[in-house]
Design a protein around this ligand. Sequence first.
Ligand code: KG4
Ligand code: ZN
Length: 346
Amino acid sequence: MTTEENSQPYPAGMRILGIETSCDETAAAVVVDGHHVLSSVVSSQIDIHARYGGVVPEIASRAHVELLTPVIARSLIEAGIQDDHVDAVAATVGPGLIGALLVGVSAAKTLALVWDVPFIAVNHLEAHLYAALLEDPEIELPVVVLLVSGGHTLLVLMEGHGNYRVLGSTIDDAAGEAFDKVARYLGLGYPGGPAIDAISMEGDPQSMQFPRAMLNEGYDFSFSGLKTSVVNYVRRNPEVHTADVAAAFQEAVVDVLVTKARRAARDHGAKGLCLAGGVAANSLLRERLLDACVADGLRAFLPSRAMCTDNAAMVAAAGWYRLQSDGPSPLDTGADPNLRLVSTLS
Ligand code: KG4
Ligand code: ZN
């Protein structure tokens, strides 16, 4: 089905309530016409999961149940609208933790039924792609998006709305997962990405060299060997400074990510490079991607840090584009923990 065949005219000024509960952030937002954010409320469960060193699915589901109603209420209050002024409800239906997803999906369908407005099923990965567009609706396509989160590492060629090509992905750990695992090994706590980002500022990235797996091979990534190298290095050199290890590890991850993203943009004639996902908040990655874009004459799209990590504004934005192309989603659409990013045009 093409966008043209399905285009449904919806009046300008649509206020979409977005709901995000795929992992450990309970979030709700109101966004007008896919780009004007009236409110974006995120309640993070990081403190609840930190003592376990990672997200505990059952605890995440229960916390979403407790938090979602107040988070939605706050998003409406901050948006300055009454609940009968919501024009559609969009929710992440996957990928993610099944119990966590079900909380948001059930709430969204219920509200859509009660308010008699469309329900829009949103792919969490597509939502991350729209985070950059949300802040910069003038993005000139095609762009290559580097989507790096706790669960995914994807290089995506975005040629139009709903028109994506996944050029490469990780064959083992996601980039964020590598940050989290290495941070845990180094005793830096959870989540690992921000901790490694911070401590690396005090370290020397050149004090040791970690491997760059598959650097010159295609667009796929592999990070599990890097994690093993870090562990082996620290075992052999127990006196090493943690800040130096963290900085050298971060340098290796960023080197691979930027090299491949840059090559993908060049090979596919992209106009720009765009970052998405939680790891896109990483200071070194943002700096290096910007440098690469300047050197290659590409536009750099770096969403604000709040827009990189999980939030519901990106869900409402992606939902608006989905509504324009596909219309409302059926109310029997289920949550799908393994949902993939599939182009509607391929
Ligand atoms: O997109 P996200 O909020 O949730 C998922 O959909 O996975 O990404 C979370 C991931 C975690 O692995 C976290 O450690 C990583 O993003 N992260 C970072 C930074 N901030 C968050 N990684 C590196 N540097 C950061 N500053
Ligand atoms: Zn995410």
